[in-house]
Write a protein that binds this ligand. Structure first.
Ligand code: PLP
Length: 404
């Protein structure tokens, strides 16, 4: 008989996964993968941190550990440590019990749970996203029934922040609207506001009564300093106001596939926080019911041990330094070739990515002629480079820019 699913239309593959598939099929020995936001070592291979390996060994040797279900909100110790990591160990919001934190399925799951909670328990369902932003951001909020709007963020002429546009657009937002902010290492642009600009953004958001929802996927990955990279969030928490924070450990601990993250909601009072926590559990229950334990246990093992935290931050700093060095090498290579255009944004931009300014046709040409794969918006994963391949990339960019 006819399939029950006969009328299911085929969907297009998610664009970055389509590029990945094309990369896998490409037989060229010089092919270069700069698509996904993952850190690679200088040899181009996936990188597992020593401190993570060490934590895993400790977990395996711990004979009193078991694999029974976690509570709906996840590993309590992990939640506490995650809140301390992002808000600071002596944050008044934590000591006053105004923060509720639930373990979620990485950054994505934290954003999704946050979006669902807001759809059910918050009066305003308009969400402002930066233009451009992480490609999955719209999905979390659309799936929860919110209405999307954008605020200006990136200025293609300066390859920097369109601060005036950002302020104008948020000034026009209706009262109570949700504003998604990337805490640091903005994906895909590599452009972050300065601390002074954050302070102005905070004032505007508080003045207009908007609700900030921070996506924090790169804490420590920008400056190498965990406190510095959380500063944007901390100034919002310091004013006593409310916000949501979605944390991801994928990039900062290199545990992408473990899917470890947390959603924190900072409230005005401990009583509100406790009621919010009770409702978060009702949101989670029909979604994943309770989160997986292994990745959260890795993170908790590291974060509760001062010496392991130090080891982690040293490894984090080494990753950041390698990225910064590669930015300089790529800039120098283009500069030395006399490639038309000002490429100084490559070293100005921060975090894992550079938003190269290459257009869709140039990206397509580099894929076809040079087997270099990046997202169609021209975003380059800097950590996918090495000293050895920088000249090849620079040559390809030069060709793409001069012939189109
Ligand atoms: N938020 C931003 C800004 C990201 O760049 C990413 C991953 O690329 C995520 C969230 C999702 O992270 P996770 O893999 O932890 O779900």
């Amino acid at each position: 008989g006819v399939s029950a699913f006969e009328d299911v239309p085929g969907a297009a593959e998610v664009p970055v996964y389509a590029v990945m598939a094309a990369f896998s099929k490409d037989p060229s020995p010089v092919k270069l993968n700069l698509v996904f936001g993952v850190y690679r070592a200088e040899d181009g291979k996936p990188h597992v941190l020593n401190v993570v390996r060490r934590a895993e060994r400790l977990l395996i040797e711990n004979m009193s550990a078991n694999k029974e279900y976690l509570p709906i909100a996840g590993l309590a110790e992990f939640n506490k440590l995650s809140a301390k990591l992002v808000f600071g160990a002596d944050s008044p919001a934590i000591t006053e019990n105004r923060v509720t934190t639930v373990q979620c399925v990485s950054g994505c799951g934290s954003l999704r749970i946050g979006a669902e909670f807001l759809a059910k328990h918050y009066h305003q369902h308009i969400v402002y996203l930066p233009q451009p932003t992480y490609g999955n951001h719209p999905n979390f909020f659309l799936a929860a029934g919110h209405t999307l709007k954008t605020y200006r963020y990136y200025d293609p002429t300066t390859h920097g922040l369109d601060f005036q546009g950002l302020l104008e657009d948020l000034s026009c937002a209706s009262s109570g609207a949700i504003v998604l902010l990337q805490a640091c290492g903005h994906n895909p642009t590599g452009v972050d506001p300065t601390f002074e600009q954050w302070e102005q953004i905070r004032q505007l958001i508080r003045l207009k009564g908007l609700l900030p929802f921070f996506d924090c996927a790169y804490q420590g990955f920008v400056s190498g300093n965990l406190d510095m990279d959380a500063q944007s969030i901390r100034i919002f928490v310091a004013d006593g106001g409310e916000c949501l924070v979605a944390q991801s450990y994928s990039k900062i601990m290199g545990i992408y596939a473990e899917r470890v993250g947390a959603l924190s909601i900072v409230c005005k009072t401990a009583d509100v926080a406790s009621r919010v926590n009770s409702q978060l559990k009702l949101v989670i229950r029909p979604m994943h019911s309770s989160p997986p334990i292994h990745g959260a246990a890795i993170v908790a093992t590291i974060l509760k041990d001062r010496e392991m935290v130090t080891e982690w931050t040293v490894e984090l700093k080494a990753m950041v330094d390698r990225i910064i060095k590669l930015r300089q090498q790529l800039y120098d290579a283009l500069h030395d070739r006399g490639t038309p255009g000002d490429w100084s944004h490559i070293t100005r931009q921060v975090g894992l990515y550079t938003f190269s300014g290459l257009n869709e046709e140039q990206v397509a040409l580099m894929m076809k002629e040079y087997h270099i794969y990046m997202s169609s918006d021209g975003r380059i994963n800097v950590a996918g480079l090495s000293e050895k391949v920088v000249p090849y990339l620079a040559g390809a960019i030069h060709a793409a820019v001069t012939c189109m």
